[in-house]
Ligand binder design. Structure first.
Ligand SMILES: Nc1nc2c(c(=O)[nH]1)N[C@H]1C(S)=C(S)[C@@H](COP(=O)(O)O)O[C@H]1N2
Ligand SMILES: [Mo]
Length: 342
């Protein structure tokens, strides 16, 4: 794997700066965030169970799923804890810099098409997804699987996928082989890997990974579950603390905002005093990051602080400063890059 290690046991790694500058992240360079050891599932033994409040529970093999209409979507996944390492005071958890974000093309079937194979009872409120991985969530607690739910509305969104391919290949083991959920535009925790069971339920799910973790807890006591990825941008070139000896620099970066297209990215080369419009480049896809660039002629040698801020087409603005929260999620403030021209 071509990643920067952030944690061991289980392995957690972030995407290298170099791969962030490509629109598609290669599978072996795509960030990895897992809570437990990877489960090994064989293609032949794999079964997806759909049960709960349905007329007749069913079970599907991979080949059954592959007979349903194939759907392909590009989507950027960002871990809710991306940039946690930038918060002061620091908060416990994986100390990600800015590489817990990657972009891939996902293929599989619409979850909706699979749910339509069973008859949901009228009382169904949410759909619950279970991964085959499990372990201790807190010390001395019994093992629990990775579980997350979606509202019926999100579950029936045609773009919510059961994906079996990533960038045209079978899903790699670490990314959920053989089947994972992809909830485009939502923070990564929603996209359950190693999916083996889908259950229709009639009350809001509040298990560990939904009720305790992945909740924004602000200093004023307010709380909010994490859902859509917040608008954000970052600079991929030049690198922080680099020295350059050139007359013109093509400053480059990426910007993304959950389920909204990026409208514009502004850049400042004087520590936020003045701002200039950048040029959006590369593919423009609903759920994927957008690349941008800005040709800059540094007026003289010296030290410069470069910053970027993005705006999406719904008018959401990336904040200059991240808002501190107890568990260190959705850190989307502008990240300065300091360079020396000499
Ligand atoms: N079964 C299972 N699904 C999971 C997780 C997990 O630990 N177990 N981690 C979630 C989190 S927090 C993120 S950010 C994404 C990461 O997906 P990736 O490792 O393919 O990048 O998977 C999500 N799905
Ligand atoms: Mo995550």
């Amino acid at each position: 794997m071509n990643l920067k290690k952030v944690g061991d046991d289980p392995y957690v790694g972030e995407t290298l700066q170099l791969s962030l500058s490509k629109w598609l992240t290669p599978n072996d360079g795509f960030y990895i965030r897992s809570h437990f050891d990877f489960p090994q599932i064989s293609k032949n033994e794999f079964e997806l169970i759909i049960d709960g409040l349905v007329d007749h529970p069913i079970s599907l093999k991979l080949d059954d799923l592959k007979k349903l209409p194939k759907k392909t979507i590009s989507a950027t996944l960002e871990c809710a804890g991306n940039n946690r390492g930038d918060l002061t005071p620091s908060v416990p958890g994986n100390q990600f810099s800015n590489g817990a974000v990657s972009n891939a093309i996902w293929s599989g079937v619409s979850l909706r098409d699979v749910l339509n194979l069973v008859n949901l009872n009228d009382s169904v409120l949410q759909i619950l997804f279970q991964g085959a991985d499990q372990g201790e969530t807190e010390s001395n607690k019994p093992h629990e699987p990775y579980l997350r739910s979606l509202s019926k509305e999100m579950a029936f969104d045609p773009d919510t996928l059961l994906a079996y391919e990533m960038n045209g290949e079978d899903l790699p083991v670490e990314h959920g082989f053989p089947l994972r959920l992809i909830v485009p535009g939502w923070y990564g925790m929603a996209s359950v890997k190693w999916l083996t069971k889908i259950s229709a339920i009639d009350s809001p799910f509040s298990g560990y990974f939904q009720g305790k973790k992945y909740v924004l807890k602000y200093t004023d006591g307010s709380q909010k579950p994490l859902e859509e990825i917040q608008v954000k941008s970052l600079i991929t070139f030049p690198e922080d603390n680099s020295h350059l000896n050139v007359k013109q620099i093509s400053v480059q970066g990426i910007a993304w905002s959950g389920r909204n297209p990026i409208d514009s990215v502004q850049i400042s080369t004087d520590n936020g005093q003045t701002w200039n419009e950048t040029e959006l480049t590369g593919p423009s896809e609903k759920y994927s990051w957008r690349h941008w660039q800005y040709l800059w002629n540094p007026p003289s040698n010296g030290v410069y602080t470069i910053m970027s801020i993005a705006k999406d087409s719904f008018g959401n603005n990336q904040p200059l400063e991240s808002v501190w929260n107890e568990l260190g999620y959705a850190v989307n403030g502008s990240k300065p890059v300091k360079i020396t021209i000499d």
